[in-house]
Design a protein around this ligand. Structure first.
Ligand code: CAA
Length: 257
């Protein structure tokens, strides 16, 4: 499939998607999200692919929503088209998405990283929600997801001052799961993806769904959902194979059924 703003390639069982608008520091315009949606839908349908790595350039994962595209929007245009609502589609795909962040992840870029399931960062990564400097506020989840990731005080400070957080602080604040040298970033992200690819795909999808339910429901609802999903795994061949392999002291051979 041909794309203008992203590059998509398969590395073993992992799809590597690279946001590719270098002249605009990977600013996220409508086309980027249309193309991401097409690519992620194709990946969902591809049985050979088990996980996705989403990355940008060494200088910018994404420097935010495209300010030049937004500059002339008025309230009616933004509201009537629900301008950024479709960005959330990134979270609706079943295969795990690993954000590999180098350089700037600002505004919509930070929000996009937080929509992914795992975030790993290069040492030069910078996270921020600088919308306040543009006379606006985060619009694609920044004010909602950041507080869940790093807590109220840190989220407020970033959102109200527009100050950036470096990779080391982002790891300490649990915004990212690990920091690696820039030259190892993609290999490390692919390694995580290929490790996930060794598991049963439907069980991975169920695990991802269960973790994400925690974002949207109460603890009681979440625990109920988790138990239902846990019991559902007992209807799969892979659950039977996994436990049999354990008792026979061998590696499981999952059939993804
Ligand atoms: N939108 C559009 N273009 C952008 C952009 C953005 N978010 N960020 C950078 N660019 C463009 C610049 O306009 C510039 O283009 P030209 O060469 O044509 O002038 C090019 O990318 C390189 O940028 P700089 O010259 O500014 O590079 P720098 O290294 O000096 O600075 C930076 C880097 C600190 C990231 C700076 O570019 C910057 O502050 N960018 C804007 C960051 C921002 O405010 N993001 C939030 C956007 S709003 C949002 O995301 C809303 C939401 O929640 C949905």
């Amino acid at each position: 499939m041909a794309y203008e703003t992203i590059l998509v390639e398969n590395r073993d069982a992992v799809a590597l998607i690279t946001i590719n608008r270098p002249k605009a520091l990977n600013a996220l315009n409508a086309l980027v999200f249309q193309e991401l949606e097409r690519a992620l839908s194709a990946i969902d349908a591809d049985e050979e692919i088990a996980a996705v790595v989403l990355t940008g350039s060494e200088k910018a994962f994404a420097a935010g929503a495209d300010i030049k595209e937004m500059a002339d929007l008025d309230f009616s245009a933004a509201y009537n088209t629900d301008y950024v609502a479709h960005w959330q589609n990134v979270t609706r795909h079943s295969k795990p998405i690993i954000a590999a962040v180098a350089g700037y992840a600002l505004g919509g870029g930070c929000e996009l990283a937080m929509m992914c399931d795992i975030v790993i960062a290069a040492e030069n990564a910078r996270f921020g929600q600088p919308e306040i400097n543009l006379g606006t506020i985060p619009g694609a989840g920044g004010s909602q997801r950041l507080i869940r990731e790093i807590g109220k005080s840190k989220a407020m400070e970033m959102i109200l001052t527009g100050r950036m957080m470096n990779a080391e602080d982002a790891e300490r604040a649990n915004l990212v799961s690990r920091v690696v040298p820039l030259e190892n970033l993609i290999d490390e992200a692919l390694r995580i993806g290929n490790e996930i690819a060794q598991k049963s795909q439907p069980i991975v999808a169920m695990a991802k769904e269960a973790v994400n339910v925690a974002y949207e429901t109460s603890l009681a609802e979440g625990l109920r959902f988790e138990r239902r999903a846990f019991y559902a795994t007992f209807a799969t061949d892979d659950r039977a194979e996994g436990m049999t392999a354990f008792t026979e002291k061998r590696s499981a051979r999952f059939s993804h059924r």
